[in-house]
Design a protein around this ligand. Structure first.
Ligand SMILES: Nc1nc2c(ncn2[C@@H]2O[C@H](COP(=O)(O)OP(=O)(O)O)[C@@H](O)[C@H]2O)c(=O)[nH]1
Ligand SMILES: [Mg+2]
Length: 443
């Protein structure tokens, strides 16, 4: 996501860094480049106009022009403006003071509502909640089956409507809340029908569900790959049903990011989550400022740390930090780390969150793809505990034995050992330590 926009904005930043002073002339050129970059990313033209004006006004301010690092300052302005159109502050999912919290997902057909219901169930379940899934998509029998399947996969309860129904039954809506309350199920995640286009019948049905269930969140689910179409239909849902927030899906695809960069301004509703894959864990809480940094290629260390925090066993992470600090990092730790990364999802996914350049380039340059990580694990598994804690003793004969035992080549064993020592060296560097030590502290 945003790759193309990132690349283009990076060119602007490079251009500005090259210019000693910010002048009206080079600023005009930079703004022209930014404008083109945004339009090519499919950002709504009115929003583009707004951003450009805001950047111009702030950049051509006396203070910025006279400062010693004008390029730097303009970069900060661009970053802040991007964050502003993405919504400035993160607006987390609300919980009702009178449980259960009802989350109602609406949107066009195929936008990802049903999948996102599953993702939200998993997300809340991971936060000590007991979600209940229910589908008011009644016209297609397959819709009930799809959500029932998801609930089974996630081991989360599913509300059976019972009988053949084609219209939303008013009684079922009331019964649903009684059912959830009496079983302590909270939140209630409500899937709804979608159409290919906005249609009045559907809007009436959605309003009925909304009025009866009084959801604390009505979330518009929009397919980011459809760009400005997603923005337009969000506007229609906002007018006809009323929304509290937006979830953009399929940001893993080749969406140019235009929907994300327009939808908040156009609808006035915050983006609460983004979907970045078909799997249920591919749901990220949305942080405008972090996303802005990510777009400008500054990386998203905070999201990375959060991801690590969620998945990593706290004690293990702390132990790792302690060992890295004391230079006791061993192959055993390396193996644990490889397993940890595997738990967090793919390595390539994680690398995308890292800032470009700096020490992280080394990790990326090491071409640690996901398959290779598995091979490395296999190799370490074939070592004796002594070899893992003191890799220096691994001589030629041991390497041959380890290679045979793991079914990998001696060449690969050599590579692993080399990479391990490089990693150890890297861990002593201050930048790395800073990140590592943030993990337990922010807990
Ligand atoms: N790549 C990707 N696919 C998604 C995402 N969210 C949903 N999908 C896929 O989009 C398709 C439609 O999803 P579905 O939940 O049935 O949409 P609905 O008609 O709105 O209920 C399915 O094939 C999903 O797997 C996402 O974040 N990324
Ligand atoms: Mg559906």
């Amino acid at each position: 996501m945003f790759e193309q926009l990132s690349d283009r904005l990076e060119k602007v930043l490079k251009f500005l860094r090259g210019e000693g002073k910010v002048t009206e002339k080079n600023m005009a050129e930079a703004l022209r480049m930014i404008r083109l970059a945004l339009l090519e990313a499919d950002v709504n033209y009115k929003v583009v106009k707004e951003i450009i004006e805001a950047i111009r006004a702030k950049a051509l301010n006396q203070e910025v022009m006279e400062s010693l690092t004008p390029g730097q300052q303009v970069i900060k302005i661009v970053r802040d403006e991007l964050a502003a159109i993405l919504g400035s502050e993160a607006k987390p999912l609300q919980f009702s003071s009178r449980p259960p919290s009802v989350y109602m997902l609406v949107g066009l057909q195929g936008s990802g509502k049903t999948t996102t219901c599953g993702k939200l169930a998993k997300w809340t379940f991971g936060r000590q909640k007991n979600p209940l899934l229910v589908s008011f998509d009644l016209k297609r029998p397959a819709a009930q089956d799809q959500l029932r399947m998801i609930s089974r996969q996630l081991r989360v309860p599913f509300y059976e409507m019972g009988g053949e129904k084609t219209a939303v039954p008013k009684e079922a809506l009331k019964e649903l809340l009684v059912y959830a309350r009496s079983r302590g199920l909270d939140p209630v995640i409500v899937d709804t029908a979608g159409r290919l286009h906005i249609d009045e019948d559907l809007m009436n049905e959605l309003r009925l569900v909304k009025d009866s269930l009084e959801p604390v969140e009505v979330l518009y689910v929009g397919d980011a790959m459809t760009g400005q179409d997603a923005v337009r239909s969000a506007q229609a849902f906002e007018e006809k049903v009323g929304l509290t927030g937006v979830i953009l899906t399929k940001l893993d695809g080749d969406s140019r990011g235009g929907a994300a960069l327009s939808i908040v301004r156009v609808t006035g509703k915050p983006i609460k989550f983004v979907g970045t894959g078909e799997k249920f864990e591919k749901l990220e809480a949305f942080h405008p400022d972090r996303m802005a940094s990510r777009i400008l290629g500054m990386g998203d260390i905070l999201s990375l740390i959060e991801k690590a925090e969620q998945e990593a066993d706290a004690k293990e992470a702390e132990e790792l930090v302690r060992r890295a600090r004391r230079d006791e990092f061993s192959l055993e730790d390396f193996r644990k780390q490889l397993q940890q990364i595997r738990k967090m999802g793919s390595l390539s996914g994680l690398l995308k969150l890292l800032p470009r350049g700096g020490i992280f380039k080394n990790i990326a340059a090491a071409e640690m793809d996901d398959r290779r990580m598995l091979h490395f694990e296999a190799i370490i598994n074939s070592m004796t505990p002594k070899e893992r804690s003191d890799p220096k003793i691994i001589d030629g004969r041991r390497r041959l034995r380890i290679a045979r035992g793991s079914g990998r080549s001696v060449f690969e064993v050599n590579q692993l050992i080399k990479q391990f020592f490089e990693m150890k060296k890297m861990m002593k560097k201050s930048e790395f330590k800073k990140i590592m030590t943030t993990i337990p502290r922010s807990r």
